[in-house]
Write a protein that binds this ligand. Structure first.
Ligand SMILES: [Zn+2]
Length: 198
């Protein structure tokens, strides 16, 4: 990868050998490996020993989880907050595992819509809850830095299953807790399509 980065620097009109850039290829490689480390993560290992059987069926919510990801169209960052809620059927998961689950899917080349779905889908699959809802709010540097369609650089995406999809009151309760306007976000909608592919 370091050779490729050197080539890229030269291609951009830079001198890859000047002092400030000499160690850049190695840094870029390390940074990219970290930022895409989600591919290697084993979900079951991440969730290991953190599933508990409980007699509890109220909404569990973890708000304001920071996420940092890379858009797959431009390899530029998009980042923001993720809010996760579910209603247990028989099992709950340790609360600290939910941000780790978000990291697993954020640390890949992504589009925000797919990342949102993958987080929700994984909770649905692993916990079999009565319902699950995930809302992500992200700022996309590929939009704001490039100066195109700046009004779309902020995107809200959601994925909802089970009681969040079927029951408007449950959905509203969740949206109120995360302080999003329920009127503008219904189950499974996408507020703005960020990162168009131009
Ligand atoms: Zn992009």
């Amino acid at each position: 990868m370091q050779d490729l980065v050197r080539k890229l620097l030269a291609e951009l009109g830079e001198d890859p050998d000047r002092e400030g850039l000499a160690r850049t290829p190695a840094r870029v490689e390390r940074a990219l490996q970290f930022l895409t480390s989600g591919y290697k993560a084993d979900i079951d290992e991440v969730l290991n020993n953190a599933l508990f059987t409980v007699d509890y069926s109220e909404m569990v919510i973890v708000k304001d989880i920071d996420f940092y990801s890379l858009c797959e169209h431009h390899l530029l960052p998009f980042f923001g907050k993720c809010h996760v809620a579910y209603i247990p059927r028989t099992q709950v998961i340790g609360l600290s595992k939910i941000p780790r689950l978000v990291d697993v899917f954020a640390r890949r080349l992504q589009i925000q819509e797919r990342m949102t779905n993958q987080i929700a889908e994984t909770i649905r699959e692993k916990l079999n809850p009565l319902g699950v809802a995930v809302v992500c709010e992200g700022t996309h540097l590929c939009m704001s830095m490039r100066g195109v369609q700046k009004q779309n650089s902020f995107a809200v995406t959601s994925a909802m299953f089970g009681s969040f999809r079927e029951n408007a009151r449950t959905r509203m309760e969740f949206l109120e807790l995360v302080k999003l306007k329920g009127s503008t976000l219904s189950a499974g909608s996408t507020e703005a399509m960020a990162c168009m592919t131009e």
